[in-house]
Write a protein that binds this ligand. Structure first.
Ligand SMILES: Cc1cc2nc3c(=O)[nH]c(=O)nc-3n(C[C@H](O)[C@H](O)[C@H](O)COP(=O)(O)OP(=O)(O)OC[C@H]3O[C@@H](n4cnc5c(N)ncnc54)[C@H](O)[C@@H]3O)c2cc1C
Length: 411
């Protein structure tokens, strides 16, 4: 089968569906090619309020609001007997201060269904294998259940997430500066009694004896939640050694049992879904663009799950790229490095300095500091709410300022 389109979008996760909606809105002929059928499992369930602005821009807010996801207004942190709450409504940056915690299988389907309903062709079970960028377009090849397919497009957007198709094919990958970490995670019937936790916030808990191990608990609207742990593999070897045959679920449960506040909260949980693991997910590339193509979301760069920034960056990349692709197709000049890579990376770099500081322990001291200045807390809150591109925030404009704050709050 042969397809012709102006823009071929490879992958139908949040970056792909947002790009498709935004390009369609600009009157550009677009088609999406997705390896799986939807719904399909994906990790990354805690949204940040910044995404609401982009969903609104793409005209996708209404289907998300109507889907009944768990309302979210902040992030709670716990380490030993210390706790700290960031309410996004107290952030310094204007804009949305609430969002959702979503089962991604449902969320991603809501988005791409809304895109398809507008008339954008979405081809499921179409796995792209080859992309050849040419000066005036791209030639794409792949496999579908009906046989091989080809696509001729004027421009391609790689939204293949951890598939990282173009970085692999075109050797654009560069090592991430973060060490290899892994995550073990699952969905459970959480059994947390009413009042047992604030379900409108993600809970991030730090391991009692090792600050480099942390857990997420993301409640959904149906009495279930996502639970996961992140650490360098060497830090969780002991649970594997104690139960080599146990597998991911047993190891995750053993790690949860090491953190009394979390174990207590989940005392009545039903672990009804086998846990999964992901390892070495942090990734970077030399450039986010090339002749007739650009990389969106995780296909470009992925930092770390700790501040739930992945979907925000994915949507932001789609929002930045849409007007540039439109200008390019109309024959205008685009300085991709200056107009796409650099502005996108500015926010990514702000998140990066916070992630780096989290694992060094400095940002944990900031979070658990007992008497923070309200103004400073509001600026930190803005970044935790995803407003990492707000240059009026001193911690975005100059991420090195975080070091000074770390020193002030050091325990
Ligand atoms: C442990 C962990 C926890 C996380 N938690 C959060 C969180 O709480 N909040 C958050 O915002 N982010 C989180 N993230 C990050 C989040 O998962 C991603 O940033 C987000 O899904 C990126 O969206 P995307 O559209 O770029 O890619 P994806 O959502 O991965 O979508 C890519 C799509 O491309 C398709 N595809 C792949 N290869 C091909 C191919 N060859 N041809 C056609 N289609 C293809 C895939 O099937 C998939 O549907 C987490 C990540 C990890 C590893």
């Amino acid at each position: 089968m042969h397809h012709e389109t102006d823009v071929a979008i490879l992958g139908a996760g949040p970056s792909g569906s947002l790009a498709a909606a935004l390009l369609h809105k600009r009157g550009i002929k677009t088609a999406v090619f997705e390896r799986e059928t939807f719904p399909r499992f994906s990790i990354g369930e805690s949204m940040l309020p910044q995404t609401m602005e982009i969903l609104e821009e793409a005209g996708l807010l209404r289907p998300v609001v109507e889907a009944g996801f768990q309302y979210k207004n902040g992030a709670a942190f716990c380490r030993g007997n210390r706790s700290s709450v960031f309410d996004f409504r107290e952030k310094s940056t204007p804009g949305w201060s609430t969002t959702y915690q979503v089962v991604r299988a449902d969320f991603d389907k809501v988005l791409i269904d809304a895109v398809a309903a507008r008339g954008v062709p979405v081809h499921y079970r179409h796995e792209v294998a080859q992309v050849e960028p040419e000066e005036k377009g791209v030639a794409i090849r792949g496999k579908s259940p009906e046989g091989d397919f080809t696509v001729q497009a004027k421009f391609a957007l790689d939204a293949t997430g951890f598939g990282r198709l173009l970085p692999r094919l075109l050797k654009l990958e560069t090592p991430s500066q973060f060490p290899t970490r892994m995550a073990l995670f699952t969905h459970i019937q959480d059994g947390i009694p009413a009042g047992g936790m604030d379900r409108q916030k993600i809970l991030v808990s730090v391991h009692p004896t090792d600050k480099a191990i942390w857990y997420w608990l993301i409640p959904f609207s149906n009495g279930r939640c996502s639970i996961g742990v992140v650490a360098e593999p060497r830090l969780i070897e002991h649970v594997k050694a104690a139960n080599p045959e146990g597998g991911e679920t047993a190891w995750l449960k053993a790690l949860v049992a090491e953190t009394p506040s979390l174990a207590g909260m989940l005392g009545n949980a039903v672990w009804d879904t086998p846990a999964r693991s992901l390892r070495g997910y942090a990734a970077d590339v030399k450039a986010l663009h090339g002749p007739s193509f650009a990389l969106l979301g995780n296909a470009g760069e992925f930092l770390d799950p700790v501040f739930s920034s992945g979907v925000t960056i994915a949507m932001r990349s789609a929002s930045l790229i849409a007007p540039l692709v439109q200008r390019h197709l109309a024959g205008g000049k685009v300085d991709w490095a200056k107009e796409y890579d650099q502005p996108l990376r500015r926010g990514v770099d702000a998140f990066r300095s916070f992630v780096d500081s989290w694992y060094r322990g400095g940002f944990q001291d900031v979070i658990f500091y007992e008497n923070p200045q309200p103004q400073v807390k509001a600026m930190i809150c803005s970044i935790l709410a995803g407003y990492a591109w707000d240059l009026s925030n001193p911690y975005v404009a100059d991420p090195k300022r975080l070091k000074v704050l770390e020193e002030l709050c050091a325990e």
